[in-house]
Design a protein around this ligand. Sequence first.
Ligand code: FES
Ligand SMILES: [Fe+2]
Length: 391
Amino acid sequence: MPDTAMEWPAKYNEIPKAVFEEPGLWRLELENIFYGEEWHPIAHRAEIPNPGDYKAAFIGEMPIFAVHGDDGKIRVFHNACAHRGSTLVTDSAGNKPDFECPYHRWLFNRQGELAGCPNSHEFSPSFSKEKFGLKELRTESFSELYFVTMSDKTPDLRTYLTEAVADPLGRVLGNGHGLKLLGYQKVYYDCNWKAYVDNDGYHAPLLHLAFKLLGWQGGHGEQIITQNGHIAFDSELSIPKKIDALQDSSIVQFLGDPDSKGSIVVSTFPITVFTKHMDMLNIRYAFPKGPRGVEVHYAYFARDDDSPELLAHRTRQCSNLLGPSGLISLEDAAIFTRIDLGNRSPGNAIFQKGVVDEYRLDMKVKQNDESGNLPRWEHYRKRMGFRRAAA
Ligand code: FES
Ligand SMILES: [Fe+2]
């Protein structure tokens, strides 16, 4: 393993630029973060609503898949045959009566049990079908969203999410209403995964031209941060009655519901973002492709009790407004790459907005302070075991 010990600056608002660029960090991140004591959301029940529905994903470099069993239970398995390890599922989602490995035709049912295997009378003396089911991951759900963790030591999901984040997250996920999947948009960002996820509240009205064109005012709101790297924004959006920049401004109409003042964004450590922006409900599952490149799957939802009009409105709004090429967010992709490129230069990236004391981690932040990202960086530093330099 390369020597990746990295000394962290004494000032809490400085991040070594090399953290985005040093390729050797990836192996450590796999071990300490992706395979460590973190929960990773994999699928909402609305993505696999029927028995036999499955969805494939990755934790770090490890292939996994979620299956809706005949008993209604959703389980998450390693995507590896219990015989010699061939992957079982090669497409991203679908429905199957069972899961057959092509190599020697072992057959697994929707509950992950080994249902059949050719030539088993010639197998080793200790072989039994019961011992060769698929390996299940530790799984817990929140509001019908299924999370997995690779570690037995990870606290239960509710404790991990914290009460402060569970509230806005529950409101993004329908607040007790069932959800319906509208579809996905998938995008590849050419940057280290941390450049993608280090987005802040400071940039939105400054970077995104549409904020100016639409005359959007930032309303009241708050930024919620936790010690374990989660961040949530809960904000009002005030939308002008008449928008001259658009011939048809119905795309930015907020039909609204009592669970939101306009915009909720939740970002759970290490890499998932949830948004309820006006009438758009979205989970951004993200998959780093090693030290460089991150694939983000935008999953869009409606509530299953929506009227046909609201359903049509959500469908139009979701990808057109806040998707990877959405009207108010399309500049993000360019910035992720530019951060990645610019940070090849030496030194530290320095956060400013909201920083009161450079030598102290402040857990009090205002709505659009970029200092809200610093507790997350501190969590990352601790997980990676990097020493902070003395002041
Ligand atoms: S590896 Fe799957 S059946 Fe042999
Ligand atoms: Fe943005």
